[in-house]
Write a protein that binds this ligand. Structure first.
Ligand code: ZN
Length: 459
C-alpha cells in the first residue's frame, strides 16, 4: 500500500502536495490527531522509550532518511513540524535517526464564494465569486459566515483612501457573524459550534499605546476589510482576538451588524465624550449605522437627545429608538434649529460623522464649553473650520476611532440583552453587495445593511 521513497523522490513530489496539519511529537505527542490522520504504526523508540510514529496512510509514501533542510524546530530530540505547506503530514525521528516522513496526496483545493473588489473605483468593481478556502493559522478560528454587515468604511475602501495599498482582488468587509467550525491549536476561547461575531480592529499588542491599554492608538492599528482581507465571504479565518462570543438566541443579522457601529459609538460617546446624564446631545445622520447606535447610547446614558434625519420616516425611527427631538436638516439649518430650541444655549455634545457638509454648523450648535465628537466624515474630511469659535467658546474637538475589544464587547452585551436594537435597513445576498453600497451612498433607509452569503440567503 505504501512505497518507501528516497529523499530525491520526496522533494520531487513535494511541490505538488501540501501540509494540512499541526503535529507535535515527543513527550506530548497528540495521539488523537495521529488517529485522525491515519497514522497506524507506533513503536517505542529503543533509544528514548518514546513512541516513534511510522507509516500507514493510504496513498502515501514513507520516507526514511535524513532530511535536514526541513528541520524547523527540535524539541527534546523530536521534531515539531507545523508550518509547512509541503506534503509531509508528519516528520518524525527517534533520538538519532532515521526520520520517517509520511506523505499524502494533496486534497483537491476547495473554493468558496466571497465578495471581492477587483480594483478601486465605482460600485462596478464589486464582484462575488470564488476564492480559495481560508486555511486557519494556529491562533485563528474558522467561521462559517451566516451574515455580514456593511459600513461606510466599505465604501471608502472601495473608492480608495490615500495611503491604502491593497492587493487585488481584495475581499472587503469588517462585520460578520457565524458559527465556529474549527479552531487552530493555540486557540483557547472558542470551540466548534460557538456563535461568534467579528471585531475588526487589529493592534500590535506591543507598542507604547498597546502596552498602556489603548489599542486603538496603536502605531500599527488596522482594520479587517480595510487594510487587510475582510470577512464578507462564506468562510473566514480570523484570530481569536478578533472574535466576540454571541449568545445563541441572537439572530445573525443583529450579531453581524452590531460590533463595529455600537463599539465605535460607545468608545466615542462614553469613553472619549464622557457623556453624563442630563447633558444634551445632538446626533447628526441618525439614520446611519453609527448614528443610530449613538442615539441609543446617548439616551441610555440619560442625555436629552436631538437627532437629524432627512425624511419623516427616518425621524420616526430615530424617535422610536430614543431621540427626544428630531430635526429635518433638509428643511431647516440644524444649528439654527438647535439654538432656537435651546434658548440660544446650544447642546453640550454634537456627534458629527458627516464631516465637511456639517462641520461648521456642528460648532455653531454647541453650547459654550461644548464638545464635538467625530469618528468619520462621509461627506469629506477637509472642512473649513472656524477657529474663532473653537477658542472663544472653549470647544473641544474629540476624535475617536473604533474601540478596544473589551469596549466593543461591553456595548454588544447591551445589544444581546435587548437594551439596544440594531435596525436593519435591508438584507441582501452578497452577490448584490453593490446595491448595499448604493443604499449607503444614497442615504436610503435607516440602520444597517446586512449581506449574507448567497447560499444562506432566503429572500
Ligand atoms: Zn500597538
Amino acid at each position: 500500500m505504501f512505497e518507501r521513497v528516497g529523499v530525491d523522490t520526496f522533494f520531487e513530489a513535494a511541490p505538488n502536495v501540501r501540509v494540512d496539519c499541526t503535529l507535535r511529537f515527543g513527550s506530548d505527542r497528540q495521539r488523537q490527531f495521529d488517529q485522525a490522520s491515519g497514522l497506524v504504526v507506533d513503536r517505542p523508540c529503543l533509544c528514548t522509550g518514546l513512541t516513534e510514529v511510522g507509516v500507514g496512510v493510504p496513498h502515501v509514501g514513507v520516507l526514511v532518511g535524513e532530511i535536514t533542510r526541513l528541520f524547523r524546530e527540535v524539541v527534546d530530540g523530536w521534531l515539531v513540524c507545523h508550518t509547512w505547506r509541503f506534503d509531509c503530514l508528519a516528520l518524525v525521528r527517534c533520538h538519532h535517526a532515521p526520520i520517517a516522513t509520511v506523505l499524502r496526496a494533496p486534497p483537491p483545493e476547495s473554493r468558496m464564494q466571497a465578495v471581492q473588489l477587483t480594483d478601486h473605483g465605482g460600485r462596478e468593481v464589486l464582484t462575488y465569486g470564488e476564492v480559495p478556502d481560508p486555511d486557519p493559522a494556529a491562533d485563528e478560528v474558522l467561521v462559517d459566515v451566516k451574515a455580514g454587515a456593511l459600513n461606510h468604511l466599505d465604501v471608502w475602501t472601495r473608492r480608495g483612501i490615500p495611503g491604502l495599498d491593497l492587493e487585488f482582488p481584495h475581499v472587503p468587509g469588517s462585520d460578520a457573524a457565524g458559527v465556529v467550525v474549527d479552531v487552530g491549536s493555540d486557540v483557547t476561547r472558542f470551540e466548534p459550534g460557538d456563535h461568534v461575531t467579528v471585531w475588526a480592529g487589529v493592534s500590535c499588542g506591543s507598542c507604547e499605546c498597546c502596552r498602556r491599554g489603548e489599542p486603538t492608538l496603536c502605531v500599527d492599528y488596522h482594520v479587517l476589510g480595510e487594510h487587510v482581507p475582510g470577512v464578507h465571504a462564506e468562510r473566514i479565518a480570523v484570530p481569536e482576538d478578533n472574535l466576540l462570543l454571541v449568545p445563541e438566541g441572537v439572530d445573525w443579522a443583529t450579531a453581524a451588524a452590531a460590533p463595529l457601529v455600537f463599539g465605535t459609538a460607545w468608545r466615542m460617546l462614553i469613553e472619549r465624550g464622557e457623556l453624563e446624564a442630563g447633558e444634551s446631545v445632538l446626533v447628526l445622520g441618525a439614520s446611519g449605522g453609527v448614528g443610530h447606535a449613538a442615539v441609543q447610547i446617548a439616551a441610555h446614558a440619560g442625555c436629552e437627545v436631538f437627532a437629524t434625519a432627512g425624511t419623516a420616516e427616518k425621524r420616526a425611527h430615530a424617535a422610536e429608538i430614543g431621540a427626544d427631538h428630531t430635526i429635518d436638516y433638509t428643511e431647516t439649518n440644524f444649528a439654527d434649529e438647535i439654538r432656537a430650541r435651546t434658548g440660544k444655549r446650544g447642546v453640550d455634545v454634537v456627534v458629527d460623522h458627516v464631516g465637511a457638509d456639517t462641520w461648521n454648523d456642528s460648532l455653531r450648535a454647541l453650547a459654550r464649553g461644548g464638545r464635538v465628537l467625530t469618528c468619520g466624515a462621509t461627506t469629506g474630511g477637509r472642512p473649513q473650520t472656524n477657529l474663532d469659535r473653537i477658542f472663544w467658546d472653549q470647544l473641544s474637538v474629540l476624535g475617536s476611532t473604533m474601540a478596544a475589544p473589551g469596549t466593543a464587547e461591553r456595548a454588544c452585551q447591551l445589544v444581546w440583552d435587548g437594551t439596544f436594537e440594531v435596525r436593519i435597513r435591508e438584507t441582501l445576498p452578497m452577490s448584490r453587495v453593490a446595491r448595499g453600497h448604493e443604499l449607503l451612498e444614497g442615504r436610503e433607509g435607516f440602520g444597517k445593511v446586512v449581506v449574507v452569503p448567497d447560499g444562506e440567503y432566503d429572500g
